[in-house]
Ligand binder design. Structure first.
Ligand SMILES: [Zn+2]
Ligand SMILES: [Zn+2]
Length: 878
């Protein structure tokens, strides 16, 4: 057999991926029957590029899918991409801007054609990258949120909700991005606490020398003030209630109103009321019938209502206005003030609350069943703590603004009669207006929020609203794996959609993973320059190494701290797997591959490794069932590396090359059995290398590893005690090796050990294992002596099986060794004196910081122990 000595992931991964594709192993078919297991991928943006967050997210999904596939489920991992309205439009606009063209220059139709062209060019990038990562999605079912079927689902849903009265149009304050010039939902705004300023401004009272003082963080909006307000309990109200206040600069006369909403503790307790520019003021304006005054255009530039500031950008206006107020001595003071500043999640521009006419979905009736279903435990969050976050959000849900003032997306199926302005919901242009019979219709210019298509993802990708085989077989899906940022954007809305449109949950388990950070804990981002490119990692370390490392180092739901070095964990492990497998494969000639083990003929080490394998099979499955991926990874890592490679293969060598044919074939069998089962357990984590070794493994069937059955626990009447004794044997061997090292005994030199067993049973076991222990310790002889007097004459170590003694005198140059120890003794004693003196020094004790004193004390006890040890060793030699 010709197996390369070095593992080469680049060669292997590409070849294995091709073979899976060619054999059609990734395609799912409901007609094959069986138990379904389905995951719908969180659709990456169509023009996205794989980042570490994707790598983590998709590795987890692939582990689940591969594990379930091997466990006999009819699995489907649905792949597709999201049209990502604002993000994609921004990307195309940026590209056009390089040529000096704006989207308005092109016009709607031509611009949309450009976006489709962009998608043609860049839309496959992320798919190919996910394939490189080893993701076993059904690539033949690729969907796109703007494809025909999914668009149909979007329209169907809009019309259904409209028909139920759940969709309405209204003037509301929305989050507005002046750069993207569109409304944003609350979830599309990232809010961070920021240090800002609070400006105290004097508003003169009409026909008086007095002022009221109001505080604001956004002074430019005062130009849209329509009143000032106090809390009804405020004693100043009596005096001010009848007065009229004059808005500085513009001279508009403002009423003084009383409203419960006013917080007497904020600023001066008197607030300005600006209905067009603040959501709370908007409601206050409605309560007091105060018509809003809008002072800003869509792009954040002040309009004609801003008087002398017309044409100025909002922040320029702020500066200019503050100068003017200061000049007129109307700026009382400026205080530091911390508040949550919202930014557009796509372009980072500061969001402006803006009054505009938008379309909304009433969320209360959708949220109620979605809340109930989670409280009843029909959908489970992992880790559990997210349930609380979900419940809290659902109990305080607000209506969903679904209209966006962009071009790229699903256009609203809403038409307006030009004659009477009636709005009509319809897929096609209505023939005539139901109200006035007019025939002049125009379609709404807006498109739907991107999430209005992605909230249907588990349904629409399986064919809904058609009653498809896929939908009947694979829905509800099983697990959803996602990041915490989109619980509300997406997870909660999918639950609502599933319950509302098909009366069933979209998935049973939601696994929320952490955020990918650099090793200093900072979130990875392009602008900070601290990203690690997963494709570079695949190039340098291999996809298996990336997958294994990122899973192994991350506890359930915790953030991931990455540096390039972390991927060495996976690479080293892949090399270990390759080298060990290569050794086994090259020594299997004549192996009967009989998995029917006769327990009586097995050696203690055979029983030990088989029973460890049994434990590991149980641990891996238990951890995967609980979504504890790192526990599963470390169980198999520990088993394969420390038990199989470090111990069993070492033990096996002497049997493979020894005299006894019976021993040889028994050992081959165990080696084979454990390797083949280990490859299965490893496959979901490291699919490429395991499949490549599987191809080389002699087998009776032709099944690729990917669809081979998942290992079951063996039902052998193992004596647990034997395996435990073997673990203790290795502990004893380690103690013996430490003694060799401590006395500088060259590796090639045979020495003599004596063991005094700790009891009768141990005596029996040690006698049985004596030869193997001698072999592992490179000993000329290992004597097991129950009656050995507890000698003080030789260096020894106590272990669970008994005390192991190294016979020294005959083996080494006693004189030279003693000299070496005496020198060390001197050195340590010198150190010890210095530390002692330091600790007796009052000055030091009083002046040094406590942690420095503690450090010296620790040193003292370490040195004392070391000196004692050396003294003991010397006594053996002298
Ligand atoms: Zn923006
Ligand atoms: Zn009409």
């Amino acid at each position: 057999m010709d197996i390369p000595k070095q593992y080469n992931p680049k060669e292997v991964e590409g070849r294995i991926l091709d073979s899976w594709m060619k054999k059609g192993l990734l395609h799912s078919d409901p007609s094959r029957g069986g138990k379904p297991y389905c995951i719908a991928i969180p659709p990456p943006n169509v023009t996205g590029i794989l980042h570490m967050g994707h790598a983590l997210n998709n590795t987890i999904q692939d582990i689940l899918i591969r594990w379930k596939r091997m466990s006999g489920f009819n699995t489907l991992w649905v792949y597709g991409t999201d049209h990502a309205g604002i993000a994609t439009q921004n990307a195309v606009e940026k590209n056009l801007a390089k040529k000096g063209v704006s989207r308005k220059d092109l016009g709607r139709e031509k611009f949309i054609r450009k976006v489709w062209e962009w998608r043609e060019k860049h839309g496959n990038t992320i798919k190919e990258q996910l394939q490189k990562l080893g993701c076993s999605c059904d690539w033949e079912r690729e969907r796109f949120t703007m494809d025909e079927g999914l668009s149909k689902a979007v329209q169907e849903v809009f019309l259904r909700l409209y028909g139920k009265g759940y969709i309405y149009r209204g003037n509301y304050i929305v989050n507005w991005c002046p750069r993207c010039q569109t409304a944003l939902s609350e979830e599309e705004v990232s809010r961070t606490e920021q240090e800002g300023k609070l400006y105290y401004i004097k508003y003169p009272i009409k026909d008086s020398e007095d002022f009221v003082i109001v505080a604001t963080t956004r002074p430019e909006t005062m130009l849209g003030d329509v009143a000032v307000a106090l809390n009804p309990k405020d004693k100043r109200l009596k005096q001010l209630g009848e007065k009229v206040v004059v808005l500085p600069v513009l001279g508009r006369e403002l009423k003084v109103i009383a409203d419960e909403f006013v917080d007497p503790q904020f600023g001066t307790g008197i607030v300005k009321v600006t209905p067009a520019h603040d959501p709370n003021d908007f409601l206050m304006g409605q309560r007091h019938s105060l018509p809003p005054v809008n002072v800003m255009n869509e792009d954040g530039v002040m309009n004609e209502n801003a008087g002398p500031y017309e044409g100025l950008d909002r922040f320029l206006c702020r500066t200019k206005l503050l100068e003017d107020l200061d000049e007129q001595e109307l700026l009382e003071k400026v205080e530091r003030h911390t508040y949550a500043l919202g930014r557009c999640y796509r372009c980072d521009t500061i969001v402006e609350p803006r009054l505009s006419l938008q379309w909304f979905v009433r969320m209360k009736p959708l949220a109620e069943p979605a809340l109930k279903t989670v409280l009843e435990g029909k959908i489970k969050f992992h880790p559990k703590r997210w349930t609380k976050v979900y419940v809290n959000w659902m109990e305080n849900i607000r209506d969903w603004c679904i209209s966006r003032q962009i071009w790229w997306g699903h256009r609203l199926p809403i038409w307006y009669c030009r004659d009477c302005q009636e709005a009509i919901a319809s897929l096609e242009r209505p023939e005539s207006c139901p109200k006035c019979s007019g025939t002049d219709m125009r379609q709404d210019e807006d498109v739907l929020d991107t999430w209005f298509s992605s909230w249907l993802w588990p349904l629409s990708t399986l064919g809904w609203p058609s009653d498809s085989d896929d939908l009947r077989f694979y829905y509800p899906t099983d697990a959803l794996v996602t990041a915490q940022e989109i619980i509300f954007f997406w997870v909660a809305k999918m639950i609502m959609a599933g319950l509302e449109f098909v009366g069933d949950i979209p998935f049973r388990d939601v696994y929320i993973h952490g955020t990918v950070r650099d090793d200093s804990g900072t979130k990875m981002s392009k602008s900070l320059g601290n990203i690690i490119d997963p494709l570079e990692v695949i190039e340098e370390f291999g996809a298996d190494a990336l997958r294994f490392s990122i899973i192994a180092i991350t506890a359930q739901g915790q953030d991931v701290f990455l540096s390039k070095e972390k991927f060495e964990i996976g690479r080293n492990f892949a090399n270990k797997i390759w080298n060990a497998s290569r050794f086994v494969l090259l020594n299997l000639e004549g192996c009967s591959r009989n998995a029917e083990f006769d327990t009586d003929s097995l050696s203690s080490d055979d029983i030990y490794i088989l029973s460890k394998l049994n434990d590991t099979i149980g641990e891996v499955a238990a951890a995967l069932r609980k979504f504890r991926f790192n526990d599963a990874a470390s169980a198999i890592y520990d088993f394969f590396w420390h038990h199989y490679c470090d111990r069993y293969i070492e033990y096996a060598k002497a049997r493979l090359f020894g005299e006894s044919q019976e021993q040889k074939s028994r050992t081959q069998n165990v080696l084979y059995f454990v390797l083949s089962n280990s490859l299965k357990l490893l496959h979901p984590f490291m699919p490429f290398i395991t499949e490549a070794i599987w191809e080389l493994l002699p087998r009776d069937d032709e099944l690729p590893l990917m669809i081979s059955p998942w290992p079951k626990r063996l039902k052998l009447p193992f004596d647990k005690g034997v395996a435990e004794n073997v673990v203790k044997k290795y502990e004893l061997i380690r103690a013996g090796r430490n003694l060799r090292t401590e006395y500088n005994i060259p590796a090639g030199k045979k020495v003599r050990f004596t063991i005094k067993p700790s009891g009768e049973k141990e005596n029996h076991f040690l006698i049985q294992e004596r030869d193997n222990i001698a072999e592992m310790l490179r000993a000329s002889e290992v004597a097991v002596e129950m009656e050995r007097p507890s000698a003080k004459s030789a260096p020894s170590a106590i272990t669970a099986l008994g005390a192991i003694h190294l016979s020294l005198k005959a083996e080494i140059d006693v004189e030279a060794e003693a000299l070496r120890w005496r020198k060390q003794h001197q050195k340590v004693n010198g150190e010890l004196d210095r530390v002692k003196r330091k600790l007796e020094n009052r000055d030091f004790l009083e002046k040094a910081p406590p942690e420095v004193v503690q450090k010296e004390k620790d040193r003292l006890s370490a040195l004392t122990a070391r000196a004692e040890k050396i003294r003991k060793n010397l006594s053996f030699l002298e």
